[in-house]
Design a binder for this molecule. Sequence first.
Ligand code: THU
Length: 129
Amino acid sequence: VDWQLLVDAAILVQQRAYAPYSHFQVGAALMDSMGKLHIGCNVENASYGLSMCAERNAIAAMISAGDQRIVQMAVASNGGVTPCGACRQVISEFGEQVTILLLDSKTLSWRVCTISELLPRAFGGQHLS
Ligand code: THU
């Protein structure tokens, strides 16, 4: 579990965020089961509800690259916020044991948590049929 690469990537991609409405830029970097890195930033829209979070854009990049398992994810923001509820559900789809590093890119302080802490008793594919 080497966080440095993921932290550096999350800080880098945070700066590419398109957030002219909220001015809240977020960067996410994840490691897949093959050890490959995928990144995403939030992309907002004038039609606000169409905005997409950094975490889900990083997951879309992973799926597009051909992997379907998240091992660990770093999220960089001002304040080191936790992922929103929608992102928690989407993260849990691709890993029940994902560890997530929440980085405050202003102070470089951070904390680590797991998806099961953020989304206990998650609904998942195992509940279907
Ligand atoms: N946002 C993320 O990208 N990830 C989070 O974990 C929290 C919120 C984005 C969505 C929106 O573009 C902006 O931050 C403000 O909510």
